[in-house]
Design a protein around this ligand. Sequence first.
Ligand SMILES: [Zn+2]
Length: 311
Amino acid sequence: MEHIFFHPLIVDPARAFDGDRMSKGYDDWFVTVYEFRRILQSLYERGYVLVDIRTLFDVREENGRTVVALKIPLVPAGKKPLVLSVDDLNYYDYMLQNGNASRLVLDDTGRVAALYRDRSGNEVISREIEIVPIVDHFVEMHPDFSVGGAKGVIALTGYEGVLGYRTQADSPQRERERSAAEPVVRRLKETGWVFASHGYGHLDARKVSLDRLKSDTERWKREVEPIVGPTAIYIYPYGSRPETGGDKFRMLTEFGFRMLCSVGPAPYLKTTDGAVMMDRRHIDGIAFRDQRERLKPLFDVEQVIDPARPR
Ligand SMILES: [Zn+2]
């Protein structure tokens, strides 16, 4: 089953690709609004439908053991299920300087929109510049693109807050920011979005020690979970997956993470040792350059690539 992921969209390519030290990273790991819109249209035309990742598996207790089983999502005849996720929708400080939006907000109709602050400090609130509102609008126009109103997974770290709100423990405005984030989180959940842990500090789970990964996980549970609610979905930063069945893997399952997502160039979904493992394809500049053939079932790179991207 296809699972694709993106980072927050590039709203202003001139700022992302301005030749500073972040430009290469933006060219490698991000897509623009222009590209995302074309990708979405292609996915729709090719018969993909968004499904809720939580409908892919079942967790139950059997004789004192936690058993995780895969489920086949029901999709209309001729349609292909697709899971969409967005990583690092935290709007880190560096993103604010490089052409991403700055936070998710509710617009004057109560719908989720993105706030963008341009180089001169002018602020715009728009539903046309970020994955969440673009998908929301697309599904409003094409309800058959979503099974049961499902949209996607939002994977959050915690070290610079969530969704552009600086809710982390060391933030002086923590309480105010948290109150401001809450209605946005509520609306996201009501409109088909699901949250996942992306670790607290974006650590490499394979490289760090068990203790470090455990305290990172505890910190996420302490600081982020109270805002977004409990989740069984864990999305490994860097797609770096520790050994299946090993100490780190077991620690994460004991914390309730039963769907563990990594990164791979092709669909992968398997259940083992009390968890579901799912690979996701990265959709970004690297994939556009190196995986044109593999991406063909989803979209044609030539048709979606933004002319504003460096050549
Ligand atoms: Zn990440």
